[in-house]
Design a protein around this ligand. Structure first.
Ligand SMILES: Nc1ncnc2c1ncn2[C@@H]1O[C@H](COP(=O)(O)OP(=O)(O)OP(=O)(O)O)[C@@H](O)[C@H]1O
Length: 907
């Protein structure tokens, strides 16, 4: 097959959505660019796409992915990604839902530049095909159809056998056994890379990884976006996001690893503990910490260098004759490799005495026995003082003198010519300077080579002498050349090319030898990326600077309970420093649904977001901003938060809310965590409350841990007695002289001061008496609502039930706990006493409420039903003549205006 004619070059450019009409070459490949979205502008399965595209892709990497699936009620999807820039292949097989949410998540995390799909999936379009097609714009990918014959399991296994690192092959074969679809995908991708992109990997040179579907937390794109995990919402360039906060990595590999970890936090307890151990050690051993950071500073983007050394153009399809550019690139690569290999030993030294298993493993990888043989290979060919340079002129010099003298007799002659030509160029610039009395600089760039730069002010308005050509002005500078300089440039270029071509043979032979060592080089590279990633900046601050008390981060425990003491929002606190008020968080199954109320600007969003951010941090192996923290491991994280508070509630806000909500409800389970902020704002108060209630009920049933911030105080009251539900609020202090102080402190129960709207209104000058009457009305209504709720048989039943369920949970804890004998007996007795007391208290409360109700009915002469209190408000207001006169004699329907005032205040 490889001997076939090269396929049409249109692989990279063609675009069409009518797939069958664009078949290329003999490989049955058709391509499509991302499709414009439908009028809804939203992907069918996903959540809002706002700005998501930039999240998917780290940088312009060439990643090709293949996707295929088994059909059925719960489809199994195989995926294989091959990154041509970093020489990495990832296989995964996912049991997905009908909405393919996990598949889309994986695609978004890896951000492939091209997605291959079986051609038969396009007509008729399979559901997977349609969903991928809808998401193309978000993923910024191109869709390519590939003939069915390339998706062959045996070919995939052969590729693994021949291309994976030798020492990984056996383990990989075991891992992928049973992952038929993933193996078919790797076959398809590698065939496409070979035939469509004309590239191939040498034997045992590819880092193949199998990623089990379990093993990482799923965070959908909207959550990534709204929690500002990768990007700040207001300013995409700002570092005020989780990635920006944590990314003090010193190597590009470390930065990439951090990013992919934030997008896919881990769910494996053991791996997380290994990371925490490493981190703990680094933060407590100052010398090791600084030595490691210093050693990391000299690493270049090794992943890319190794891969460009590694990937061969397809031998048969592309002629192998080297060009000047490819040869120059090869020498650059070897120089970079030399720098990499020389940078490894300082890491080995820095980690001397490491105790944690991760640091030890990294140190072992960096041991001299792994590195010295490669260093020897390089030193045999490359001059000892050759180093990588970022400046193009300096890099050209390094290239020219890279290969040792003696490998080619004529090399030294060519180098002498190069040196003389360079001197000529400098000499020429000195001559020009003297002849025209112009202070000029000789500059260099890769396109023009040497050129002349003169400050415009030096010319004082006079024109340049005619010897200067190609003149153009760049800000305050004038740039130009002379014919003589161009001639000398030409001479330098020719002599440089001669040196390069003469060096080529030795360099290619060296690369061939280095290729045999690729697997260890890649492993060292991975170890260094991991080391770089775990050295987060806050650790530097917390461990070694004087800010321990204000900025300290703590190692999280992994337990079944979420408990945070003095937790902080990692990004906000950076801006606010010591002004940020820390808060505690506690959640277990019997406190799994936490309703957070509070007035505007009291800190509700900040509180719930900080919990979610700390969870993500803990699951990537980072310490968290708190004085104590323990977390269960979450497998899914959902955030439905308002991204822009300034947006007026309207239909589209509502539609977005509902789509997000539907997404969450479809996917949430007991291993999930969700934060929901202000749901129901996009519609009327009553509908909003009803929707929030219905959603809350469903979320309570899901058994996930949920933080539900809301303005609907009634939600807290209505759900108060539900098992698993607790109410919290953000405290506010009301001063004597109509002042309100936000305390930003979380406190038990729903917000007490329900009329903070009225409190705020007192600050604003309104007609005399209005606020007082409004307060009276609000209190009266509230009293009625409260009374009815207390006597509701359903509520009483719920409260009793909750008490019994709590008792059960305590008994189970006692059974599984460490208490024994007399201690246990005493504890049980206390528990029993408390239970009896509480149950009696409920009974008494009920009796008292019933009595009060009877008394009032005798006064009112009315009977109350158990209907929705919201519904009753107009009736109540209408029945109160003293209230009706409040509205300063305007023509407004008084009962209506009264009700509206109360509703708004309560909201
Ligand atoms: N723990 C805290 N310590 C100090 N300041 C805080 C804290 N939490 C919030 N704030 C401040 O309060 C402001 C409002 O916070 P946030 O948006 O979380 O309130 P909110 O209750 O969600 O408001 P709204 O209901 O209007 O959406 C923040 O911008 C921040 O400046």
């Amino acid at each position: 097959m490889v001997q076939r004619r090269r396929p049409s070059t249109s692989f990279s450019t063609s675009a069409s959505t009518s797939y069958p009409s664009y078949a290329y070459g003999e490989y049955g490949i058709t391509t499509s660019r991302p499709r414009t979205h439908r009028s809804t502008g939203r992907p069918g399965t996903g959540r809002p796409r706002t700005g998501a595209s930039t999240i998917a892709r780290i940088d312009a990497q060439q990643v090709v992915c293949a996707v295929t699936e088994s059909r059925g009620i719960s489809p199994t999807v195989g995926l294989a990604f091959v990154n041509l820039d970093t020489g990495e292949a990832v296989l995964c097989q996912i049991c997905d839902s009908q909405t393919y949410v996990r598949t889309i998540h994986k695609l978004r995390v890896y951000g492939p530049s091209e997605i291959l799909i079986v051609s038969t999936a396009a007509s008729p379009k399979s559901k997977l095909f349609s969903i991928i097609e809808e998401n193309l714009e978000v993923i910024e990918s191109r869709l390519t159809l590939l003939d069915r014959r390339y998706w062959v399991e045996s070919t995939g296994l052969e590729y693994i056998q021949s291309l994976a690192f030798t020492e990984d092959v056996e383990a990989l074969k075991i891992q992928v056994s049973g992952s038929y679809f993933a193996v078919c995908c790797i076959a398809a991708v590698l065939k496409y890379v070979q035939l469509g992109l004309s590239k191939t990997f040498p034997f045992h040179s590819l880092r193949v990884k199998y990623e089990p579907s379990e093993g990482s937390m799923m965070i959908d794109i909207s959550t990534i976006y709204s929690l500002e995990l990768i990007q700040n919402l207001q300013n995409p360039k700002s570092k005020d996001c989780l990635f920006g906060l944590l990314n003090e990595t010193l190597t590009p590999m470390g930065s990439r690893l951090l990013r992919s970890n934030i997008l896919q936090p881990l769910t494996d307890r053991e791996t997380l503990n290994t990371r925490y151990d490493a981190l703990e050690e680094l933060t407590t051993k100052e010398e090791m910490f600084f030595a490691t950071r210093a050693a990391l500073k000299s690493f270049l983007d090794v992943d890319r260098t190794l891969t460009s050394v590694l990937i061969l153009p397809h031998l048969i399809i592309i002629p192998t004759k080297p060009t000047i550019q490819t040869t120059e690139q090869s020498i650059n690569n070897v120089i970079m490799l030399k720098q990499f290999v020389n940078s490894v030993n300082p890491i080995y030294e820095a980690l001397t005495g490491a105790r944690s298993s991760m640091l030890n493993n990294i140190r072992e990888l960096c041991a001299p026995e792994n590195v010295v043989p490669i260093q020897d290979l390089i030193d045999n060919v490359i001059n000892g003082d050759t180093t990588y340079a970022k400046q193009p002129l300096e890099l050209r010099n390094q290239r020219t003198y890279a290969v040792k003298s003696g490998v080619n007799g004529l090399l030294d002659v060519a180098r002498t010519t190069y040196k003389e030509a360079m001197e000529d160029a400098y000499h020429h610039s000195t001559e020009l300077n003297q002849e025209y009395n112009l202070p000029l600089d000789l500059k260099y760039d890769s396109m023009r080579q040497f050129y002349i730069r003169i400050a415009a002010s030096e010319l004082e308005g006079r024109p340049l002498p005619p010897v200067f050509t190609n003149v153009f002005r760049k800000k305050n500078m004038v740039e130009c050349q002379t014919l003589e300089l161009m001639k000398r440039n030409q001479k330098i270029m020719v002599s440089h090319q001669e040196v390069i071509l003469m060096s080529n043979k030795a360099v290619q032979a060296l690369i061939e030898e280095i290729r045999t060592q690729m697997s260890i080089l890649f492993k060292i590279c991975e170890g260094i990326a991991m080391l770089d990633m775990v050295l987060f900046p806050h650790r530097e601050i917390s461990a070694f600077a004087q800010l321990v008390t204000t900025q300290d981060y703590v190692r999280p425990q992994i337990t079944d309970t979420l408990a945070i003491k003095a937790g902080r929002h990692p990004i906000r606190e950076k801006v606010m420093h010591s002004k940020f008020v820390p808060n505690d968080v506690y959640a277990t199954q019997h406190m799994r649904f936490q309703i957070i109320t509070g007035c505007n600007m009291s800190g509700k969003s900040t509180y719930i977001r900080s919990v979610a951010l700390m969870v993500v941090m803990s699951q990537i192996g980072s310490f968290v901003p708190a004085s104590y923290a323990s977390f269960p491991i979450f497998h899914q994280l959902f955030a439905r938060v308002n991204m822009d508070d300034s947006i007026e509630p309207n239909v589209s806000t509502f539609a977005m809310e509902m789509r997000d909500t539907a997404f969450i409800l479809r996917n949430i389970d007991r291993r999930s965590m969700a934060i929901i902020d202000e749901l129901g704002r996009g519609t009327s108060t009553r509908d909003g409350l009803a929707i929030a209630l219905a959603l809350a009920e469903a979320l309570v049933q899901s058994r996930a841990l949920v933080w539900f911030a809301t303005h609907f105080r009634d939600l807290a009251n209505i759900l108060a007695e539900r098992n698993g539900v607790i109410s919290l609020h953000l405290a506010v202090e009301l001063g004597d002289n109509d002042t309100m102080t936000m305390l930003y402190k979380i406190a038990e129960g729903a917000i007490k001061e329900s009329h903070y709207g009225l409190a705020l209104a007192r600050v604003i000058p309104l007609p005399p008496g209005l606020v007082e009457h409004a307060t009276y009305i609000a209190q009266k209504l509230e009293h009625q609502v409260l009374k009815r709720r207390k006597t509701s048989t359903r509520v009483i039943h719920e409260r009793r039930r909750k008490l019994i369920l709590n008792l059960k949970e305590h008994l189970v804890q006692a059974q599984n706990g460490v208490m024994e004998g007399e201690v246990l007996a005493a504890w049980l007795k206390a528990l029993q006493k408390e239970f009896v007391l509480r149950m009696t208290a409920i009974d008494k409360e009920v009796a008292r409420a019933e009595q009060e109700s009877e008394d009032e009915e005798m006064v009112d002469g009315t009977e109350h039903t158990e209907s929705d209190h919201e519904e009753e408000r107009p009736t109540r207001s209408a029945r109160q003549p003293s209230v009706i006169t409040v509205n300063s004699g305007t023509a407004t329907t008084e009962s209506g205006s009264t009700v509206r005032a109360v509703s708004e205040n309560e909201q």
